[in-house]
Design a protein around this ligand. Structure first.
Ligand code: EPU
Length: 337
């Protein structure tokens, strides 16, 4: 086990925040991971693709473990479906491109989401009408306290909107090492119902899209609205879209009839946080090196040398302003350390 000291994490988090890890180890296979779990006496800070976190301070009291488990295997297939196990350290988008190149459908709507395979189930990532859970079969995870491996099926993962058991009861207790997906080899269940995809395909005169064309449409939409973390540090949507009760919604929509909304259930409605933040006047605003993206108000950005504390201060300012104006509470989607 090769522990390195005083390592900058700037290149390990997509916000590009320059904090350091006093102790850092990268693990490339499960044996190395188990060795770390056996020998280490400190708390652990698990670092995957670093795409859904805001680091506000140096990590001094925990061992940072970078999950670098690579590889993917077709574990079963028939004429219609393929079951693929991908290891936690595989990049999410590269994995999707590989699936598409091989003719495997199901994940194309989630193209270009930053991050790695192993962190995707934790918040049940999703975009353009699809969520990870739609193609998820099971994941393999190692219990930090005991080093034992456990398989979690879909039900045990308790997936919800940007949520799972790994964010609730089992938070911080397991490290996901691999995920198994079931994908289609033919008769792909295409999901083009999401408005932006329909428009993008229509613009290109595509009436009978392939999985590759859907992926390309999603890539084009994302690139037009969402900043590329390699160019402008960010962590995707910073806040979750708030879900409010029918009673709250009725009051809200009477005051703001132009607001977009999505029904979640008979008694719950989701309101886009991006709209609330834009209405509160923050879209495109910059405070020092911390800012709100000009094309999508839900995304906070680092214009260069913002500290995690500055981004966090901006987030709290936005949260307060949105609450004062709309009486709706918005909460971070990213993990804040
Ligand atoms: N809107 C505004 N102003 C903005 C941004 C959005 O008025 O600055 C309005 C839009 O016009 C639209 C509505 O808000 O009516 C929803 O916007 P959009 O379709 O862009 O999606 P979102 O709700 O802001 C969610 C996910 C994204 C995902 C997109 C597309 C969450 C927290 N975010 O964003 O996920 O890519 O839908 O499916 O659910 C992420 O999780 O990191 C992420 C990027």
């Amino acid at each position: 086990m090769n522990i390195q000291h005083n390592i900058s994490l700037k290149n390990y988090n997509t916000f590009g925040i320059d904090v350091s890890a006093r102790d850092f180890v990268a693990v490339s296979n499960t044996n190395e991971l188990l060795q770390v779990l056996q020998q280490n006496k400190k708390d652990l800070f698990i670092l995957g693709g670093g795409s859904n976190m805001l680091l506000t301070k140096n990590i001094e009291d925990a061992l940072v473990v970078h999950i670098h488990l690579k590889g993917k295997t077709v574990i079963d297939e028939n004429d219609d479906y393929v079951w693929i196990q991908a290891n936690a350290g595989e990049n999410w988008h590269e994995f999707i491109l590989w699936c598409i190149d091989n003719g495997y459908g199901g994940l194309e709507n989630m193209s270009l989401i930053p991050g790695n395979i192993g962190t995707a189930p934790i918040q049940n990532i999703g975009a353009y009408g699809k969520e990870l859970k739609d193609n998820f079969i099971e994941c393999e995870a190692v219990e930090i306290a005991t080093g034992t491996t456990k398989i979690f099926n879909k039900k045990e993962c308790e997936f919800g909107y940007r949520n799972s058991v790994f964010k609730k009861e089992l938070k911080g207790q397991y490290i996901i090492t691999a995920v198994t997906f079931k994908l289609t080899k033919k008769n792909h269940a295409l999901n083009t119902g999401y408005g932006a995809i329909e428009n993008e395909l229509a613009d290109k005169n595509i009436t009978n899209p392939s999985i590759k064309e859907i992926s390309n449409a999603v890539i084009a939409i994302r690139q037009s609205k969402l900043p590329d973390p390699k160019i402008l540090g960010n962590s995707g949507s910073f806040f979750k879209n708030p879900v409010i009760s029918q009673t709250e919604f009725e009051q809200f929509i009477t005051t703001f009839p132009e607001a977009p909304s999505y029904r979640v259930s008979d008694n719950e409605v989701k309101v886009p946080a991006g709209w609330l933040i834009e209405q509160a006047g923050f879209k495109g605003k910059q405070f020092g090196d911390a800012g709100v993206h000009k094309n999508q108000a839900l995304v906070l950005v680092n214009y260069g040398n913002a500290s995690g504390k500055e981004i966090w201060a901006l987030a709290m300012k936005i949260k307060t302003a949105v609450f004062e104006q709309f009486g709706i509470e918005i909460n971070p989607e990213v993990n804040v350390y």
